[in-house]
Ligand binder design. Structure first.
Ligand code: AGP
Length: 587
């Protein structure tokens, strides 16, 4: 869940790495560190906290053409300068940054300590530089020593390592993402493409079990065999401007606004691909939708839209629980993976489980070249552009759009889906523009609430779940989403004077959900209604147009806006909520 970057070329590596870390901070931000490599020494700076406003001059490093950096989301070892990366070997000639978890680190640490290596930090990652040095002491070259080290590791890693003496840089991956950027006489290694988009659009995604060594040239090698691999580069279509905040104070607000375009873009899929994926759904005996967090909520929505529109039953499973269903997997099963990043460890594991049973797979994913795209048989790209804010916003509505497209396609009514999506995307701008100011006021008014509840029936239920996640992850206020009738089976005990409850109401469910709202109001609840028409039970009304089965795409938008403003009203950083990271690359 950390971000790593390395640079070798003719620019000032300190600057490239510092800027790169700014754009990787969404992957973890409890501490950071940079190593700058010079003729005879490696200079290191490490700090606790976000890299935020750190400037090049604050590093205090002379220029260097070779540098690496890390922004951390702690797993092994508390948040401290000592535990922050990069880590140095005993002789201070090898420096490493790592993203992942070394599962056999205690055993390796014991071994290295017996060989006289002293560990400075509590991290599992410090294994790497020491073990590399240990192998190099046996007259093995840098590349060979890195390979031997990696072959001893159990767990997951993406690493960048530099050897002071040979000035070589190595990157390798197993289970955590790493991509090489190839510029004009310069090379980048990073967890994701934004750190090098300003310099090059040529990228080579490493696969698990691959290593790259960079000296004057770049070479790719199989970690186990040491054999060279020929890899093709891809041209990244994302624009550097898309990965910047531009006129917006936060990525979250920018990404909420981008939904004016991204919903439409999500629906622009190659017709041949939609045909093929539709056939996969039709031919399957057993369909599972898997995802985590927001993407899981989109899966729950899939269950409703496929039941309602395509008249088929699909199973929905939280990716980390998927192995419990192994007994039901065959070569006729279809497993559909939903993910923004395509790097979520639990989801990748679920797809590996599916593959073990020869299931068919396809993904709905945003990040081109991500691990998920290389695991699945087919991939539907969301076309949403980079989503930098830790909270998923535009990726959720893109997922919902694609699910709607598929559900109608299975029902043989693709044209209807396109019509609906067209109507929806025309309404998005108005919903955003008319609600920004209003919802800011509402958020400010109720910012001190200690609990939020959200209820919805049918298609609105998954939106209630997702709305609750948005509120709690950004404002740190307890929030829970329920199917409308479910609250009175226990949780209604928590309703008292002034407790805010979002009621997501639709023409189809209105008569029942409004009775549920009434039950809450009678106990003092403050009712915020989202509907196409106002009702006396609502203390506060948010209007969204009636767009039938496409409603879930619209309901979530006012809640995203509300969440953004309640975070601001409470002094929380909307882009970087505490304890979170954008890509959860550990299981
Ligand atoms: C939600 O706002 C979070 N970003 C989180 O729940 C996220 O949806 C989850 O970690 C899954 O990520 P993915 O879509 O990249 O797989």
């Amino acid at each position: 869940m950390c971000g790593i970057i390395g640079y070798k070329g003719n620019k000032d590596g300190n600057e490239v790495v510092l800027k790169g870390l700014h754009s990787l901070e969404y992957r973890g931000y409890d501490s950071w560190g940079i190593a700058s490599v010079h003729e005879n020494e490696i200079k290191i700076i490490k700090k606790v906290g976000q890299i935020g406003h750190i400037k090049l001059k604050d590093l205090g490093f002379p220029k260097s053409n070779l540098a690496l950096g890390h922004t951390r989301w702690a797993t092994h070892g508390g948040v401290s300068e000592i535990n922050a990366h990069p880590h140095l070997s005993k002789n201070k000639k090898i420096v490493v940054v790592h993203n992942g978890i070394v599962e056999n680190f205690q055993e390796l640490r014991r071994f290295l300590e017996e060989q006289g290596f002293e560990f400075i930090s509590e991290t599992d990652s410090e294994i790497f530089p020491h073990l590399i040095e240990y192998f190099m002491e046996q007259k093995i070259n840098f590349e060979g020593a890195v390979r031997r080290t990696l072959n001893k590791i159990e767990g997951s890693f993406a690493i960048v390592a530099i050897n002071l003496e040979s000035k070589e840089m190595v990157g390798a991956r197993h289970g955590s993402p790493l991509v090489a950027g190839i510029g004009n006489g310069e090379f980048f290694l990073a967890s994701d493409v934004p750190p090098f988009l300003a310099y090059t659009k040529k990228a080579v995604y490493l696969d698990d079990g691959e290593l790259t060594i960079i000296n004057k040239h770049i070479k790719f090698i199989n970690i186990e065999t040491g054999k060279e691999i020929k890899k093709q580069h891809q041209t990244i279509e994302w624009d550097v401007e898309q990965a910047k905040k531009g006129k917006y104070p936060h990525f979250m607000l920018k990404e909420i606004n981008e939904q004016k375009d991204t919903i439409k873009l999500a629906a622009e899929q190659p017709p041949e691909l939609i045909k093929k994926v539709t056939k996969m759904i039709e031919d399957a005996r057993g369909v599972f939708f898997v995802g985590c967090g927001t993407s899981y909520h989109a899966c729950v929505s899939a269950a409703y839209v496929f039941a309602k529109i395509s008249k088929i039953h699909v199973n929905v499973v939280i990716a980390s629980e998927f192995s419990e269903y192994e007994d039901f997997l065959t070569d006729k099963t279809l497993v559909v993976a939903l993910s923004q990043s395509g790097e979520t460890a639990d989801l990748l594991e679920a797809i590996r489980t599916a593959k073990k049973h020869n299931c068919k797979t396809f993904s709905v994913v945003n990040v081109v070249g991500s691990s998920l795209t290389r695991l699945c048989d087919r991939n539907i790209m969301m076309n949403a552009g980079p989503e930098i804010c830790v909270l998923s916003t535009k990726s959720y509505t893109s997922q919902l759009t694609i699910l709607l497209l598929l559900a109608y396609s299975v029902a043989g009514k693709l044209g209807k889906a396109k019509e609906l999506i067209d109507t929806v995307s025309k309404s998005v701008g108005e919903i955003i523009d008319t609600n920004l100011k209003k919802l800011k006021q509402l958020a400010t008014k109720i910012k001190d609430a200690t609990d939020f509840f959200l209820i919805g029936r049918g298609l609105a239920f998954p939106s209630a779940l997702e709305g609750a996640l948005k509120i709690k992850e950004i404002s740190y206020i307890h929030a829970e989403g329920f199917a409308g009738a479910e609250l009175k089976h226990g949780t209604i005990a928590l309703i008292e004077d002034g407790v805010p409850v979002f009621v997501l109401s639709t023409p189809a469910t209105r008569h029942l959900i409004l009775s549920n709202a009434m039950e809450i109001k009678s106990r003092g609840g403050y009712i915020i209604g989202i509907d196409s028409e106002d009702n006396d039970v609502f203390d506060y009304f948010i209007k969204v147009p009636d767009v039938g089965n496409a409603e879930p795409i619209l309901w979530i938008i006012p809640i995203q806006i509300f969440s953004y403003y309640i975070a601001l009203a409470r002094g929380c950083d909307p882009d970087k909520p505490r304890n979170l990271a954008k890509s959860v690359t550990v299981k």
